[in-house]
Design a protein around this ligand. Structure first.
Ligand code: 5GP
Length: 193
């Protein structure tokens, strides 16, 4: 069986990666599987362990890194986030196209290890709109919001590391564009084999 594609979706906090991802996952023809990350961040209301993330302690996270079990990992606003390697390898072997929703440092590590990774960066229509979306979430204290906004500014400067930059002004449009990109890349990968 042909190995599935590896896809990275990045973009600043609040840009709507989760919403776009949810829409993409509805399209069975894309054969997408979402890679569940590991994090040391506290669970938000409504999140489920093993569904949104694997929520672990710093010790558990560091052990997984030391044992070489992570494809990539990074520290983001005081917490660790990373992609467990085994699941990604298994799913790709089964022919699934695996999508990672990760930040820019992690993407760089993946690009070094998997040169044919498809990288997509979502941008907001404006920074004002992004701030509105981050504040609208109302789940975090002002201090964390400020950190996320500062981080967003820095992340926006890294977008040229990505193959595609898509504006998430309209979720359906952004999702449709990404679907076309994924389908074409899968075709190209199959043509090359
Ligand atoms: P949040 O705390 O809002 O869920 O995520 C914060 C940031 O961490 C987001 O930019 C998200 O894309 C990123 N992130 C989530 N999982 C991973 C991961 O496994 N690795 C890396 N490098 N970043 C991740």
């Amino acid at each position: 069986m042909k190995q599935g594609l590896l896809i990275v979706l990045s973009g600043p906090s609040g840009v709507g990666k989760g919403t776009v991802l949810k829409e993409l996952m509805k399209d069975e023809s894309l054969k997408l599987s979402y890679s569940i990350s590991m994090t040391t961040r506290k669970m938000r209301e409504g999140e489920v362990n093993g569904e949104n993330y694997y929520f672990v302690s710093r010790e558990e996270f560091e052990k997984a890194v030391d044992e070489g079990k992570m494809l990539e990992h990074a520290e983001f606003v005081g917490n660790y986030y990373g992609t467990p390697l085994d699941e990604v390898v298994k799913l790709r072997k089964e022919g699934r196209n695996v999508i990672l929703e990760i930040e820019v440092q992690g993407c760089k590590q993946v690009q070094e290890k998997v040169p044919d990774v498809l990288t997509i960066f979502l941008v907001p229509p404006s920074m004002e709109e992004l701030e509105k979306r981050i504040r609208g979430r109302k789940t975090e204290p002002e201090e964390i919001i400020q950190e996320r906004l500062a981080k967003a500014e820095r992340e926006m400067k890294m977008m040229d590391q990505y193959k595609y930059v898509i504006c998430n002004d309209d979720v359906k449009l952004a999702t449709d564009i990404i679907s076309v990109i994924i389908k074409r890349h899968v075709e190209k990968m199959n043509e090359a084999e």
